[in-house]
Design a protein around this ligand. Structure first.
Ligand SMILES: [Fe+2]
Length: 257
């Protein structure tokens, strides 16, 4: 099926590259808690390229009162970064989306079309508070589905209600929300409980795909270790699918779940 999204040049550039596709990273300088300078951004992108990522979508935080990023500003920041270094040797294909914190501001923006879905606009990355799954999330997800934007859930293993069991997101999973593993959780970056939760959710088959969620160049070694642990846990073929085939399916709107 073809739509306007198929001719999106950013999406096409990403899909044309071989290698892993990272759907969650913070390489745009000075817009959130990711890299501080353009040089660090380039270093992070090159580092991820060096461990197998052919394409990286930046997902700066959009979170009220913490990272007050507007769509139009982030697009300008991304365009500047892309123009300055996106075509340098060793750089992966770049794309822009956002990591949307699920508060009322986000939902109002979503209804007005002022959020930043993934290139192609068939899915968007959402983040929840660490201590509670928000009430009424099912209705919000229903609205996203209605608009044809598949919700991708950032690092479920890092939310306290999911540390020991997955039940709190069971309904969301039935609604088609796609959990995205942060591979650094397996490496232990966030501590023991998120690591254990990630291991359990992998065994349960909860995750659809995996990402780096890298915030700085020094994260690259941890991402590499996380990928090595992912391979050990789920096997080569499933790890490859989580990092390569399925992120592409999300972007193309061809999710098989
Ligand atoms: Fe993130």
């Amino acid at each position: 099926m073809h739509s306007a999204a198929d001719s999106d040049p950013e999406l096409q550039a990403i899909l044309a590259r071989p290698g892993y596709v990272d759907l969650h990273s913070h390489y745009i300088p000075a817009v959130d808690d990711g890299v501080h300078t353009r040089q660090e951004g380039v270093e992070l992108c090159r580092g991820l390229s060096g461990i197998g990522f052919g394409a990286i979508v930046a997902t700066p935080h959009m979170r009220t009162a913490m990272f007050d990023n507007e769509r139009i500003e982030l697009q300008a920041h991304f365009a500047r970064f892309q123009a300055a270094c996106g075509r340098d040797e060793g750089m992966p294909a770049l794309g822009l989306a956002a990591e949307h914190f699920c508060d009322d501001v986000f939902w109002a923006r979503f209804e007005r079309g002022q959020v930043l879905p993934y290139p192609g606009e068939r899915a968007a990355l959402i983040e929840l508070p660490v201590d509670a799954i928000p009430l009424g999330l099912e209705e919000r997800v229903f609205r996203m589905n209605l608009k044809g934007v598949r919700p991708v859930l950032a690092h479920p293993e890092r939310y306290a209600p999911l540390y020991s069991r997955t039940g709190a997101i069971e309904r969301l999973l039935q609604q088609g929300v796609l959990p995205l593993l942060d591979v650094m959780s397996l490496e232990g970056k966030y501590g023991r409980r998120p690591r254990k939760a990630a291991e359990r959710m992998l065994a349960e088959g909860v995750y659809y795909a995996a990402c780096s969620d890298a915030h700085k160049p020094s994260d690259v070694a941890r991402v590499a270790e996380g990928i090595a642990r992912l391979r050990k846990r789920v096997g080569e073929a499933e790890a490859e699918a989580m990092l390569d085939e399925r992120p592409r399916r999300i972007l193309r709107g061809e999710v098989d779940r």
